[in-house]
Structures are given as C-alpha cells and as structure tokens.
Design a protein. Structure first.
Length: 371
C-alpha cells in the first residue's frame, strides 16, 4: 500500500511538471505596422572649431619686453596695447632722424641761396656756366638729402610706434609664452600672443566625394546646396547640443587626393563666447525624407551583407530581405524596397528569431521611435 502511494505521487508530480512545461501557443513580441510618413534623419560629421579671425601677434622690432598689459585669456579690443618693447633706443633713433632732417633743411636753404646767386651772376656773365651748373647740382643733392632724411624720420617714428604691440582685431588672448625681460624680434618661433575673434565660429568638417556628388544631384549645384541646405546643429564635445543653429556657407571646390574628402564650413554665432578656437564637436545635418518607409535598426538583422526583417504573416514570422538607403542616422533605416505600407514586422530582437515562430502581439509601436 505504501509503495502504491509513493508511485501515485510520482506520477502526479510528473504530470504536473509536463503541464507546466507545455509551450504556449504564441510568444509575445512588439511589432510595427509600417506606414509612410515624412521623416527627418540626421548625419553627424566630426568638426574642428576656428574663430572668425585667428591672428598671431608678433613684434615688428627687436628689443626687450618692458611691459605686458594683458593677462592670458583676456578679452582685447582692436588697437589695444598688449606689450611694450624697450623704447629708449628707438626714441634716440627718432631724435637723431629729426636732427638729420633739420640739418638737411639748412643745407637745402644754403644750396638754394647759392644756386639763386650763381644764376644772377651768370646772367651778368660774372660766373661761368660750369659754376651755375655746379650750384644747381648742389641744390638737387640737398633736396635729395632732405627727402632721405625725412624718410628716415618716418621709419624711426614707425619703429618707435612698433614698440607698442597692439591687437589687430577684437578677440580673446591666448596663453603668453614670454615674460617681461625677454628679448624678442620679428623672427621669434612663437608669437607673443594669439588673438582669436570668436564672435562667430567656423566648424570645419569633411564629406566623402560620393556624399558631395549626392548633394550636387539633390540640389543641382554646390552653390544651390549652400543656399538651400537646412540649418545645422553643433554637438559639443561634452555631448550637449549648442543652442545656436548654424549654416553651411562654404564647400571646397577640390577633393583631397590623399583622403578623397571634401572640406566644408558651417558658421555659428557665438554671442556668449561658449565656443573657442581650437575646440571640437560634430556638425549635425538633418535630411527630410518625404512619405518614406522608416524602420528602426532594432527591427533588422544582417546576413551576408544583406538586411532582413521579420514580417508577421498569418500570425507567424517570415524572413524578408529589404533594401535600405545607403546613409542613415545610426538609429533608423529608410526602406527603399522589400516592405510596403501596412506590413507588420517584429520591432526588436530580430537577430534572435527564426522562421515560423507563432507571434502573440504584445504591443505595437511607432515605426520611427522617438530619439
């Protein structure tokens, strides 16, 4: 009797286990009903930032730095004095030049008197023609000497003015590699300072030759592309999106032979000075596709360089190859063929499925999920 009870319990346990392990009639999956709609996809391009003007400030005369009137990172204005180079020798040179001008003026006056006198005496036949010509030559030489002295005075004044090194543009000062007491000249390796005008910032980036050809085919010409392309955004190095929109306003007319790339420039206003010369980021270009079939990449899988989705046909999975647009935003595909409006596909986990799975629809989501 005891043996019978134990056997009965074992059979009951086995039946219960079999009942629990019996497969359900259908697995639950999220699906998408494919519908045509306008969709904006974005493409990101790594960019280098440059100020509108980026000027290396170098001395035009040699000497010892006696003053530095700015600090590193200061906002400076055009014409503001940044450095002062020892002025003593240049003031002395100017005084010498001024004295030479006065001496030349006196010599010219004397030569003029002599020439006038010789001319009067020549008319009275008191002096010879040779004496007159000599006096006139002395006058011409005196005039030339005065002109030379005046030119030297101008140079001396310029050299003295160059001892005050001024900013050529409005902008922000860089680090300063020199200090008071340093001997500098026009051929120094590093500039005294670099001034960057960051009121507007240029973002330089590249596209492949094929992408440029696509732009030309889409807009008709590079000029029309610049005029008609939508505003772009700038993704900063910390992952945030810059608040000011930009526009692509320059496209190189040549292809780099080494890289096969074409350079482009997008310009962004920089009223708050957030962007700095030498920074980095990514230019984000939107493209609008009208009445397109757009599906998330999570709904696809690849096999032998082809893209597939799982259609739900008569409640079961059915593999279907699709053709997608060659550019994407990293999250979604534009479907060119293989799907039609109204098709239902599995939304995610496509790489884990196989043919003929019975599908129990758990949830339907948009074919273009929010980013």
């Amino acid at each position: 009797m005891k043996r019978f009870i134990i056997l009965a319990m074992a059979v009951l346990s086995l039946l219960t286990a079999c009942k629990e392990q019996r497969p359900s009639e259908g697995e639950k999956y999220k699906v998408i009903t494919v519908e045509p709609k306008d969709q904006t996809l974005t493409s990101n391009y790594t960019a280098t930032l440059r100020g509108r003007q980026f000027v290396e400030v170098r001395p035009q005369v040699s000497g010892i730095i006696t003053e530095i009137r700015i600090d590193e990172g200061d906002v400076v204005r055009k014409g503001q004095t940044l450095f002062v180079i020892d002025q003593v020798p240049y003031k002395a040179a100017l005084e010498t030049a001024v004295a030479n001008v006065r001496s030349a003026e006196a010599k010219l006056a004397t030569a003029q008197l002599s020439a006038d006198s010789k001319e009067a005496l020549y008319k009275e036949r008191v002096v010879s023609e040779f004496d007159l010509q000599t006096a006139q030559n002395d006058l011409a030489e005196a005039k030339a000497s005065l002109a030379q002295a005046k030119a030297q005075e101008i140079n001396a004044r310029n050299d003295l003015s160059y001892t005050e090194v001024k900013s050529p543009v409005d902008g922000v000062a860089s680090m300063i590699p020199y200090r008071v007491g340093a001997l500098v000249n026009s051929s120094i390796a590093d500039p005294l300072v670099t001034v960057s005008d960051d009121a507007e910032v240029y973002a330089y980036f590249s596209m492949t030759e094929n992408q440029i050809l696509d732009l030309i085919q889409q807009y008709g010409s590079l000029q029309k592309a610049k005029e008609q392309m939508p505003e772009v955004k700038l993704l900063l190095s910390n992952g945030s999106t810059y608040s000011q929109p930009g526009r692509i306003d320059a496209i190189s007319g040549t292809v780099d032979e080494g890289t096969g790339a074409v350079s482009l420039r997008a310009t962004f206003a920089n009223p708050d000075g957030l962007l700095r010369n030498g920074g980095s980021g990514s230019v984000v270009i939107p493209t609008v596709y009208k009445s397109s079939l757009v599906i998330p990449k999570t709904a696809t899988y690849e096999l032998q360089n082809r893209v597939f989705v799982w259609k739900v046909v008569d409640g079961k999975t059915q593999s279907a190859p699709i053709t997608v647009y060659k550019y994407d935003d990293g999250q979604n595909y534009i479907v060119l063929s293989g799907l039609t409006a109204g098709d239902v596909i599995i939304a995610e986990g496509a790489g884990l499925l196989h043919e003929g799975i019975v599908v129990d629809i758990a949830q339907e989501q948009s074919s273009t999920p929010a980013k």
